[in-house]
Design a protein around this ligand. Structure first.
Ligand code: E4P
Length: 219
């Protein structure tokens, strides 16, 4: 399973990259706004800065919601760096844009997926990734993980190449469950990834090892 980090914060991306297990980055307009990045030139420069940190895929979302606007914006984003994946919302115009980008060899990530039907349409249009939002479904008492399993199953039935990129991942159990049901990629904040390290028996076991070593060494 691939690990993407879900942030536009350069320090957090660097820290995740330094761990040596990072496969990519996802951003969205809210995450860019959180970093105070506005204006076309600043946005482009920020995406370039992200691409310079990581080795692989960086999702950059279009703001336009009409076909022509998405194509214009997506082409500009794709020009920034080979690592850019154009992120497009699952709306009618978005499906047309994904189909177009697929024919042009530009990778896409179809976002704001909340149902298996939406994921099916995105795959048929040729999206490279679909981003189903687990946490936001859980928030409204729907089972986000069930959706991931359903999409994985449907894609396996028909051999779709679209990768299931589990998004809106809030905690380490989400990540582990995604691995169990076969999501191709998980995107999450760094603390969710480092949370996988935590186990009380590891903490106490290490403390004992170090104490025994110090005792034997007469410290
Ligand atoms: C990433 O692609 C999504 O935009 C992101 O995971 C959404 O996460 P949130 O529901 O925590 O905002």
């Amino acid at each position: 399973m691939k690990f993407f980090i879900d942030t536009a914060n350069l320090a957090e991306i660097r820290e995740a990259y330094d761990l040596g297990i990072l496969d990519g980055v996802t951003t969205n307009p809210s995450l860019m706004a959180k970093e105070g990045i506005t204006g076309e030139a600043n946005v482009r420069a920020h995406y370039k800065a992200i691409c310079e940190i990581v080795d692989d895929k960086v999702s950059a979302e279009v703001i336009a919601t009409d076909f022509e606007g998405m194509i214009r914006e997506g082409k500009e984003l794709a020009k920034i760096d080979d690592k850019i994946v154009v992120k497009i919302p699952i709306i009618k115009e978005g499906i047309k844009a994904i189909k177009y980008f697929n024919s042009e060899g530009i990778r896409t990530n179809c976002t704001l997926i909340f149902s298996a039907g939406q994921a099916l349409l995105a795959a048929k249009a040729g999206a490279s990734y679909v981003s189903p939002f687990i946490g936001r479904l859980d928030d409204i008492s729907f089972d986000g993980m069930e959706l991931i399993a359903q999409i994985v199953h449907i894609y396996q039935n028909y051999g779709y190449q679209t990768e299931v990129l589990a998004a809106s991942v809030r905690h380490s159990m989400h990540l582990i469950k995604c691995a169990e049901v076969g999501a191709d990629v998980v995107t999450c904040p760094l603390k969710v990834i480092t949370g996988l390290l935590n186990h009380p028996l590891t903490t106490s076991g290490l403390a004992t090892f170090l104490a025994d070593h110090a005792k034997a060494a007469g410290k």
